[in-house]
Design a protein around this ligand. Structure first.
Ligand code: DX5
Ligand code: ZN
Length: 218
């Protein structure tokens, strides 16, 4: 299966009209709703938590891809799955027991993954991929939408592609931050299967076209 999965981030949506921002993603042909949960501790910003995920779940035409930028994610993952997260990813450097946390997410029936920030070593955490469905490679520093893509992060994608292949793992690589129509092709060529895009989709003059371009369709 070579299809590209597109997961627009509602961080770039309209917070005063979240239902409209979420429903639009279905109309635009996206595959997932990417939800950025920030705690003001692991990252500077604060966004939203479980009640928002539960509310979005009720009205979303698409499954939810929940990206936790929070300290000690192990304290909250079960609740996020209960609120409707279909994928839960977290930063292993923020966790005291990342392996157990991945197991817990999967045992609850959701897909699990770790997130690698640009300053975090993939080598240090690659042993966890055996417990992952998704590896999220940050192409900006987690914490803010609308940042500029860091091309060097594609080295992590390439290292991960190699590791996944060598170990015959079933993990898809997701990328997040500064991805849009102009750089989606290099991202896909590096081996990314799942593309997060906030501003590129919500600020597009034709979001449905942007989703198609991200996917590599015309
Ligand atoms: C950054 C978030 C991203 C962000 C992406 O911390 O994890 O998901 O919303 O936004 P863009 O695509 O605008 O860089
Ligand atoms: Zn994100």
């Amino acid at each position: 299966m070579n299809d590209i999965i597109v997961s627009p981030s509602i961080l770039a949506g309209d917070f005063a009209n979240m239902e409209k921002s979420v429903r639009a993603l279905g109309d635009w042909g996206a595959d997932y709703v990417h939800c950025d949960v920030m705690d003001g501790v692991y990252v500077k910003n604060l966004t939203f938590g479980m009640p928002m995920i539960a509310a979005i779940k009720k009205i979303s035409p698409l499954p939810l891809d929940v990206h936790l930028m929070i300290t000690e994610p192990e304290r909250y993952v079960a609740e996020f799955v209960r609120c409707g997260a279909d994928i839960v990813t977290f930063h292993p450097d923020a966790s005291k027991r990342p392996a157990e946390t991945l197991d817990e997410i999967r045992a609850l029936g959701a897909k699990a993954g770790i997130v690698i920030n640009p300053n975090v070593s993939f080598d240090e955490y690659k042993h966890l991929l055996v417990k992952c469905d998704v590896l999220l490679v940050m192409s900006v520093y987690a914490g803010l939408g609308g940042q500029k893509f860091i091309p060097e992060t594609l080295d992590t994608v390439r290292a991960a592609v190699k590791y996944i292949k060598e170990n015959a793992l079933d993990v898809i690589i997701e990328i997040d931050g500064g991805v849009g129509e102009s750089n989606a092709a290099i991202v896909r060529e590096a081996g990314v299967r799942m593309i997060v895009a906030g501003s590129a989709v919500y600020k597009s003059d034709d979001p449905a076209r942007t989703v198609r371009v991200l996917r590599g369709e015309r």
